[in-house]
Design a protein around this ligand. Structure first.
Ligand code: IMP
Ligand code: MG
Length: 180
């Protein structure tokens, strides 16, 4: 695999697609173990835009009926968090009384998860779990448990498989890390 150039920065290969898919399958297995045979129809909450690829792959591996709902939050500019989470688009459906599985691309500082939990509570969700493709444990400062983690990574900036650098790089099928 070769390095990629996105605007002013260069990224080197970090996690190949096969490994990503394998970790998603393992995560789906854990979710299936908890939800298979459930009588309700849980909501899969795709946190746009970053989570779009992960959500698409994950939901094909789930062995129970679920409903897809989206929300769009933003907090990153360039390669860092602004510390402010903005709601660019609200929940696309009523979630009152429902169990929700939040599907995130990456949990970094945890600000987004805190805001998501607040929004879900405000809209009357019965329960919510957090599922993330990537987790940066060295950056996470919150108490909210992250229920399902596909892969843990160091505190570096990455792109690909839905994750962007100033909105580009999302379409890369592998994950790349900032090459300094
Ligand atoms: P948090 O609110 O700091 O946990 O950050 C969550 C959001 O920031 C994620 O959903 C991503 O959209 C974005 N983000 C965090 N780390 C990265 C990264 O390494 N690359 C690209 N986006 C990131
Ligand atoms: Mg995100």
């Amino acid at each position: 695999m070769e390095k990629v150039r996105l605007y002013d920065k260069t990224f080197r290969p970090f996690i190949p697609n096969e490994k990503i898919m394998d970790s998603i399958a393992k995560t789906a297995e854990k979710i299936n173990a908890d939800f298979r045979g459930c009588e309700d129809i849980p909501i899969l909450l795709c946190v746009l835009n970053g989570s779009i690829m992960f959500t698409a792959e994950l939901m094909q591996m789930l062995e129970f009926n679920c409903e897809l709902v989206s929300i769009k939050l933003t907090s990153y500019e360039g390669t860092g968090s602004t510390g402010h989470v903005k709601q660019a688009m609200g929940l696309t459906a009523d979630i009152r009384g429902r169990r929700v599985i939040i599907v995130e691309d990456i949990v970094d500082t945890g600000n987004t998860i805190v805001e998501l939990k607040r929004i879900l509570e405000e809209h009357g969700a019965a329960e919510s779990k957090v599922c993330t493709m990537l987790f940066k444990p060295d950056s996470y400062t919150k108490d909210i448990p992250i229920d399902y983690v596909a892969m843990e990574i160091p505190n570096d900036f990455i792109v690909g498989f839905g994750l962007d650098y100033n909105e580009i790089g999302r379409s890369l099928r592998d994950i790349y890390i900032l090459d300094e």
